[in-house]
Design a binder for this molecule. Structure first.
Ligand code: NAD
Ligand code: MG
Length: 395
């Protein structure tokens, strides 16, 4: 078997390290070709020492210089690239078979488009890229002949419940149900939302994840992004996407078929499962995740999302119905709001109001979603608007 050469964008993060964990279990199948990160030089250097990639890239020039020194000191031959252009270059490198997009945020869009246009097998964890890029992203996948494989656990679940032949999806799906854990504040008193700290917000009950997605899970903005992500991945109308709270995170999502039959995918909450499936599709390989033990499962429960607790959730459907580009505005606002909350500049309960105000304030024109450049300039405009709103808030 020829080994798949893998490029991991964001290798030092939660998804990146889980991907390396799965890859390490299958040296006969996979070879690490390139690793990239934004910070954490020593972590990336250690990954290079273990996996011996051909290339490593750091977006920051000074950090890249440090990495070069560390690798040289260890006698490693990995070539170090720098800057954002290195990511787009590596994602499309002719020798790369599969790209794991595990960068957080809209900054991942350009390398994702590059991998899509180059016809790669594209494992998408970076949901923000699809929320920002939407139609443009899907068009690049089509034009480039790329294979887009969802890594988000909900979308992997839906994907696993659908036939391999994509042309059969539209006739099959009545609607889909995305499950949400409800995050760490599902049952805390609503009055306490204003005093939530970053540490509390990042302590997710079921999943260990990066800080940004952890805050998104607490506000339910993660599910907003996932509704938008599902709209593009499965070509659904907004009204075909439902969200239900399922606190145990055992059912990862469901497809309701035209005949009312419901298909679900279950498992322990461990991202190694969707990562392994993305790597091996259409085959299945050992992921290293624990198997679900039904004898010890007490209960699987479900409840409708409470809109007073999660006021931002409805923005998913309204942004999808607004002019194309509105989802990019919402994403940019949220990235800025979450960063401000993590820096203790705004309160937890102010994240939703920043998002709503930026959506209301930002004019989206007909051409704003037609190219990467237009989307990035819209993203920039929305960030400036968010910073103004944030500056005007008192904690
Ligand atoms: P993380 O914060 O743990 O890691 C992010 C990675 O991206 C790091 O390697 C970091 O160096 C890199 N990065 C950050 N900013 C960058 C920039 N400006 N330029 C280039 N690289 C940059 O995040 P994570 O939890 O691994 O999440 C990654 C993506 O996967 C996110 O889009 C998230 O929504 C999605 N996702 C994560 C999980 C999970 O369990 N962690 C589950 C589903 C989806
Ligand atoms: Mg998810």
């Amino acid at each position: 078997m020829t080994r798949q050469k893998i490029c991991i964008l964001g290798s030092t993060g939660s998804i990146g390290t889980n991907t390396l964990d799965v890859i390490t279990r299958h040296p006969d199948r996979f070879e690490v070709f390139a690793l990239t990160a934004h910070s954490k030089v020593s972590e990336l250097a250690a990954q290079c020492a273990t996996h011996r990639p051909r290339y490593a890239a750091m977006t920051d020039l000074a950090q890249a210089r440090l990495l070069r020194q560390q690798l040289q000191a260890q006698g490693l031959r990995t070539e170090v690239l720098d800057g954002e252009a290195a990511l787009t270059e590596l994602a499309a490198h002719p020798e790369v078979d599969a790209v794991m997009a595990a960068i957080v945020g809209a900054v991942g869009l350009a390398p994702c488009l590059s991998a899509a246009k180059a016809g790669k097998r594209l494992l998408l964890a970076n949901k923000e890229a699809l929320v920002v890029g939407g139609a443009l992203f899907m068009e690049a996948v089509k034009q480039g002949g790329a294979t887009l494989l969802p890594i988000d656990s909900e979308h992997s679940a839906i994907f696993q419940c659908l036939p391999e032949d994509r042309s059969a999806w539209a006739d099959r799906i009545q609607h889909i149900v995305l499950t949400a854990s409800g995050g760490p504040f599902r049952s805390t008193d609503l009055s306490q939302r204003s005093s939530v700290t970053p540490e509390q917000a990042c302590a997710h009950p079921n999943w260990v994840m990066g800080r940004k997605i952890s805050v998104d899970s607490a506000t339910m903005m993660n599910k907003v992004l996932e509704v938008i992500e599902a709209r593009w991945l499965f070509d659904l109308a907004p009204e075909q996407i439902q969200v239900v709270i399922h606190p145990q995170s055992i059912i990862h999502s469901m497809v309701v078929c035209r005949d009312s039959s419901v298909l679900a995918q279950l498992g322990t909450p461990d991202m190694k499962v969707p990562i392994a499936y993305g790597l091996s599709f259409p085959e299945r390989i050992n992921s290293g995740a624990d198997v679900l033990d039904f004898r010890t499962l007490a209960a699987l429960t479900f409840e409708p999302p409470d809109h007073s607790r999660y006021p931002g959730l409805a923005l998913a459907w309204s942004a999808l119905r607004a002019p194309a580009g509105s989802t990019a505005v919402l994403n940019a606002a949220n990235e800025e709001a979450v960063a401000a909350f993590l820096n203790r500049a705004i309160r937890f309960d102010q994240i939703d109001s920043v998002n709503q105000q930026v959506l209301d304030n930002t004019e989206v024109g007909a051409a704003d979603a037609l190219s990467l450049e237009a989307l990035l300039s819209l993203d920039q405009r929305a960030r400036l608007s968010a910073q103004r709103v944030i500056g005007g808030l008192s904690r």
